[in-house]
Design a protein around this ligand. Sequence first.
Ligand code: IMP
Ligand code: MG
Length: 176
Amino acid sequence: MVLDNKIEELFSEDRINRRIKELGEVFTNLYDITDEVVVICLLRGGFIFTADLVRNIKRNVLIDFMSVSSYGNETTSSGQLKIEKDISVDIANKHVIIIDDIIDTGLTMKEIKELLLKRNPKSIKTCCLLDKEEGRTVNMSVDYCGFKCPNKYVIGYGMDSCNSYRNLPFIGVLDV
Ligand code: IMP
Ligand code: MG
């Protein structure tokens, strides 16, 4: 892969992998073998994190995808959430884990959680790889988080800048 040399690495591939193994163990221990668990991946940014995390959860899980948008091509939140693709699995009486790449203002996760709670799941846990706590504009604390993240626009490992860089195996900041 040709890497742009103006990327400063914040979280290495190794460090991400080690943390995901730990999170996988946490979720494995959270549920019983007979529990019905639905993992909901928020597209597109959450796709790599979800793919790696679910392979470390040693339970039978259903996996579905949801797509919302609020950012467009900008690097600050518009504060408007649009559901582009809903899940198709019925979550009533099931345990739900909502997975996103990064939480910034908290709007995305808060609104999705509120929407899914109306469908009567048995429980809902929220999980993100990165938490930009400083960016919060709404009251939203995530249940499980990989790392605290500085208040910078990050790319890689699923996260994009104008849809590029998602396939970087590490997370960094564009040094422009
Ligand atoms: P929030 O609604 O402000 O919490 O924004 C969360 C969403 O914005 C995430 O699902 C990401 O898709 C996107 N996002 C927020 N910060 C970043 C970033 O630093 N890099 C890439 N995407 C980001
Ligand atoms: Mg997103």
